[in-house]
Design a protein around this ligand. Structure first.
Ligand code: PMP
Length: 386
């Protein structure tokens, strides 16, 4: 129950567990093509969104967005909500971009006005902002931003809107087409519900045009132009080769996306909302305080919780003794003061796993010597979900 890799469904596990098929095998061709089509549904990108599936992880996907869109001297704005937006800013700096950071303390998020001010400041200096980068859910703080006004803001200033959805895609509401977002990246091991190993993203026509306008091409393996003919070929159910895809993961992706779309992406998002509410009810009943400073900043895909009086970092090992794995803190400023629990993907369909997690945390807290009302958390989560 860490915030990725997460539990996966039996069908995804089975699809993944076969002798490695070749990338030209009919099974892989069909699974690849169908996955690309399904990604548009999960991303709500509309038909013009271009999906990419590349071996790698979320960091690879972030790097692809940076490398294809931004070059030396390009002014960009980064909205910081934690460790992963700091990483995005560092990647952008390494491309030579001029990075304007809009920051906030751990558990907070900058206001849209502050982001607008950063855009205005660039304009006053005669610099046209090229792109706005933000992290939909920052896994280090459990803070979720609202991408919609930020995408709108980017549009207003003629900038591309790029979102890191690694801890959000398939779990938090995102309407790529309706909101006018340009790039939404994720990784396979989170709410998409696969083992780790795939970098996944959907890219708008505007973003592809921005890549085409680049004079200096990005490193070859990151270049959308190298991958575009491959994606188009598989979607037309033809094999193609640029670099070997993670074939077992492609088979798993087909099944994972099909499971998400079986009831529809809306229903999947609603399940995550219900789960998020249920887990928050449990934390509140157990007297645990969230890291996000306000209710509307709390993600549905994970919880970041401050250690209560009497408990500390040894709590994570105590919970593991009860057979449930949660994660420690990650944000460097508050690392030893909180822990994190993932509740995304397949787990949202498994009330038993969620209840067991809450029970293990209660037992761990009691073991640490913290005061918790016995059974209160499990009762809260059950009554919210059953
Ligand atoms: N962004 C966010 C929000 C993440 O949670 C993570 C991984 N935890 C990453 C980026 C990096 O992804 P990966 O570890 O798959 O490279």
């Amino acid at each position: 129950m860490i915030p990725g890799p997460v539990e996966i469904s039996p069908a995804v596990l089975e699809a993944h567990a076969s002798p490695p098929p070749g990338h030209l095998s009919p099974r892989v061709i069909e699974a690849f093509g169908a996955s690309l089509e399904r990604m548009r549904g999960v991303w709500r990108s509309g038909p013009s969104g271009q999906p990419f599936v590349v071996a790698g992880s979320g960091t690879t996907a972030m790097e692809m967005a940076a490398a294809n869109l931004v070059g030396p001297g390009d002014p960009v704005v980064v909205v910081h909500t934690g460790y992963f937006s700091d990483r995005m800013a560092e990647m952008l700096r390494r491309t030579g971009a001029e990075v304007r950071s809009v920051t906030s303390g751990p558990g907070e998020a900058p206001g849209d006005d502050e982001v607008r001010d950063a855009m205005e400041a660039l304009l006053r200096e005669g610099k046209k902002p090229r792109a706005l980068f933000a992290t939909h859910v920052d896994t280090s703080t459990g803070v979720r931003i609202d991408p919609r006004p930020l995408a709108h803001l980017a549009r207003t200033y003629g900038a591309l809107a790029v979102f890191d959805g690694v801890c959000a895609t398939g779990g938090e509401r995102f309407e790529m087409e309706a909101w006018g977002a340009d790039v939404y990246v994720t990784a396979s091991q989170k709410a998409i519900g696969l083992p780790p190993g795939l970098a996944l993203m959907v890219v708008s026509e505007r973003a592809l045009a921005a890549r085409s306008a680049r004079k200096q091409p990005p490193p070859m393996v990151l270049d959308w132009h190298e991958w575009l003919p491959i994606m188009r070929a598989y979607e037309e159910r033809r094999p193609a080769y640029f670099a070997t895809p993670a074939t077992n993961l492609i088979l798993a992706l087909d099944v994972g996306l099909r499971e998400i779309l079986e009831d529809g992406i809306d229903a999947r998002i609603v399940s995550h909302e219900r789960t998020g509410r249920a887990m928050r009810a449990a934390w509140s009943a157990m007297g645990l305080a969230p890291v996000p400073a306000r209710e509307d900043l709390q993600a549905n895909t994970l919880s970041a919780l401050r250690y209560p009086a009497g408990a500390g970092p040894s709590l994570v090992a105590r919970i593991a003794e009860r057979g449930v794995v949660v994660a420690g803190g990650l944000h460097p400023e508050i690392k030893d003061r909180y822990f994190r629990v993932g509740h995304m993907g397949y787990a949202v369909t498994r009330t038993d796993m969620l209840v067991r997690t809450v029970e293990a945390i209660e037992a761990g807290l009691l073991g640490e010597g913290a005061r918790v009302e016995s059974g209160a958390g499990a009762k809260a989560v059950r009554s919210a979900l059953v």
